[in-house]
Design a binder for this molecule. Structure first.
Ligand code: AMP
Ligand code: ZN
Ligand code: FE
Ligand code: FE
Length: 276
């Protein structure tokens, strides 16, 4: 049975659904557990936990997704069962959010230099949350008629090697793993199927990851089988999630489209409990 979707974004970062809407869809899809894994912020998790107090049919795992770099490759690190009250961690997130804000200013400036009319206010009114990113700028570009959709906006302006590209803060993958360990979380390698250079997977996993995201909306069956094999070989926890950003397909979000079963969920939970 589909038990848990452990990779979901909310409006606190670059998702379209609010924490409340995420919980609503999770219930509708009959999930028993979810994790909110926003980019660089725990505010979506905090809000969801509060909402869920009144109606806790669904278990909410506090999570996060951190961007990092390893040998020039962008690597996403998921953290599960993290302590969202840790002061040092919250300060670090604030620092990352500030650098995201400054990066957004630089990107908008570059776009303005290209005679593209887009303002900081407009982007902030789209992002609302703490974690402003390129998807928000992409939505503004679409709205103002400079791209036909978000993907097109990335391809034309925002992706690496494009005219308005600006690098993000630099956190190494090892630092990201340490950050998760420091708050008693379980570090998991996110969507290895999306790495540009698949040859580094083994080396990456040896940096201290405890788990691998085997199931993901963008992993086909052969990718899933390949990552399952690696998980067994390296004795890693197996996780999975849709990476839902809220876009509707046939009127429904992707939430619940990639999941793990009860047994795998319990393994993850046990690993988290034994860290406390
Ligand atoms: P940022 O964190 O601001 O660098 O934005 C990264 C986010 O943008 C990712 O998590 C994806 O959701 C989205 N993204 C990255 N590349 C693309 C792309 N080519 N097309 C659409 N969305 C993208
Ligand atoms: Zn995202
Ligand atoms: Fe990611
Ligand atoms: Fe994600």
């Amino acid at each position: 049975m589909e038990y848990a979707d452990l990779h979901i974004h909310t409006t606190a970062s670059d998702g379209i659904l609010s924490p409340e809407q995420v919980i609503w869809w999770a219930a509708k899809k009959q999930l028993k557990a979810i994790s909110i894994t926003d980019h660089d912020t725990i505010n979506g998790v905090a809000e969801a936990l509060l909402i869920n107090k009144q109606n806790n049919d669904i278990e909410i795992v506090p999570g996060i997704e951190l961007n990092s770099y390893f040998n020039g490759e962008e690597v996403h690190v998921l953290g599960y069962y993290i302590d969202i009250t840790d002061e040092a961690f919250l300060n670090k997130l604030k620092e990352i959010q500030d650098s995201r804000y400054n990066r957004a200013l630089k990107i908008i400036k570059k776009l303005n230099m290209l005679n593209i009319s887009i303002s900081v206010d407009q982007v902030l009114s789209i992002s609302k949350g703490d974690s402003v990113g390129r998807p928000h700028i992409a939505r503004a570009l679409v709205k103002n008629g400079y791209a036909k959709d978000v993907k097109d906006a990335f391809n034309r302006y925002l992706a690496k090697d494009c005219p308005a590209y600006v690098e993000r803060y630099k956190l190494t993958t090892k630092q990201a793993i340490e950050t998760i360990n420091n708050i008693k979380g379980i570090p998991v390698l996110a969507h290895p199927g999306l790495l540009n250079n698949k040859a580094i997977i083994n080396e990456l996993l040896d940096l201290g990851f405890r788990g691998i995201e085997v199931y993901h909306s963008k992993h086909d069956e052969s990718a899933v089988n390949r990552f399952l094999k690696i998980a067994l070989e390296k004795d890693l926890l197996i996780t999975g999630g849709s990476d839902c950003h809220g876009k509707l397909i046939d009127g429904k979000p992707e939430l619940g489209n990639a999941t793990i079963d009860h047994g795998k969920f319990i393994e993850l939970k046990k690993a988290a409990i034994s860290k406390n």
